[in-house]
Design a protein around this ligand. Structure first.
Ligand code: ADP
Ligand code: MG
Length: 328
């Protein structure tokens, strides 16, 4: 059975110094023949994004990152749990889709899929302005301004997306995302399909937007190098649950969970980590249809003991702003 969605008592969140607060988010999909199987894509995740902050979600493919992004971006309804945008539950009145769409924008991995190939860049950038009632006489001026902000020549505005490089297309994605001055941008693998130079340029643009306009970011990535550069805070997720969370630098300097150590070793090369921080990830992520009991990481964990297969580990504070979910 899918769980009931939202507890009415949680419709308002009065502690709103954050732009996003996610509480006990679950997203289950019915899958397989006769929809009898349940995929637990996200299974009880909580986190906050400070106003103007950058928060990363990391983990291997299939661990539920995009599902969280879709729920936060109000593209997908949670099975249970609550998501607050500046203190108000996004799935309950008074927010409706159009208002939130202006304040929260999403940039996807593949700009090709999110840009209409039949539209010229000018029309692509004008569309959100029209939808949100930007004065007609000032739309062209705004499009030029947006193109300049993402360092694209306004001469390109009559081109179609296929006439641009991947990096240029992603700049258009960013220009569109920042056009209505959102308070949150959800960037789901936004630089993953780009070469290294384009990656750096796009991240520079996002950083510039963050510092100049105070836009907060939910930065979803499996690439830890870009996370370290971009995010102040992060959560490592495994099979839809958090295993470690806190300040990015703390987690990189002293990863407390064996899974985080495995990810860091895989990404940064074991040579860059001291011996006690190294760990090689064995095997693959189990199916989210039958997640292992207890700690979900225990079948792959080099330190697993009997308790790990029985009990889900409680939250433990490693230091200020650094939490881990591990028995040891
Ligand atoms: P990530 O972005 O971390 O790679 P996803 O959020 O895309 O992970 O997927 C998490 C899990 O949920 C995966 O096992 C995926 O197959 C499953 N999933 C995602 N979307 C759907 C859907 N619409 N129907 C059924 N299962 C889905
Ligand atoms: Mg994804």
């Amino acid at each position: 059975m899918l769980e009931r969605r939202i507890k009415p008592a949680q419709a308002m969140d009065h502690k709103a110094d954050h732009v996003i607060r996610v509480v006990g988010l679950k997203k289950y999909y019915a899958s397989g023949l006769f929809h009898k199987k349940i995929v637990k894509a996200v299974d009880g995740l909580s986190f906050e994004i400070q106003r103007g902050g950058s928060f990363a979600l990391v983990g291997e493919s299939g661990c539920g990152k995009s599902t969280v992004g879709r729920c936060v971006g109000r593209l997908s309804r949670p099975s249970s749990g609550s998501i607050y945008f500046k203190g108000k539950d996004i799935w309950q009145a008074p927010y409706h889709r159009k208002t939130l769409r202006k304040k929260m924008q999403i940039i996807f991995q593949d700009p090709d899929k999110s840009l209409d190939p039949r539209m010229r860049l000018f029309d692509i950038l004008c569309e959100p302005l029209k939808v949100h009632g930007w004065p007609k006489g000032r739309q062209a001026e705004k499009v030029v301004n947006l193109m300049e902000r993402v360092r694209l020549s306004p001469d390109l505005m009559d081109r179609y997306p296929h006439e641009l490089s991947g990096g240029q297309r992603q700049r258009i994605g960013i220009a569109r995302a920042i056009s209505l001055d959102p308070e949150l941008i959800i960037a789901d693998e936004a630089v993953a399909s780009l070469d290294l130079i384009a990656q750096t340029q796009i991240m520079d643009l996002m950083e510039k937007n963050q510092t100049e306009n105070g836009t907060a970011y939910l930065y979803i990535s499996h690439n830890l190098n870009t996370v370290r550069r971009f995010a102040d805070r992060m959560a490592v997720i495994y099979l839809g649950r958090c295993v470690e969370a806190g300040k990015t630098e703390k987690i990189f300097n002293a990863p407390a969970h064996p899974y985080t150590r495995g990810l860091l070793s895989a990404f940064m090369g074991t040579g860059l980590l001291s011996t006690e921080k190294r760990s090689v990830l064995k095997g693959e992520v189990p199916s989210p249809m039958q997640p292992p009991p207890g700690c979900r990481f225990h079948p792959r964990c080099p330190n697993a003991k009997a308790v790990c297969s029985r009990l889900y580990p409680p939250e433990r504070k490693v230091s200020e702003d650094h939490l881990v979910w591990c028995h040891f």
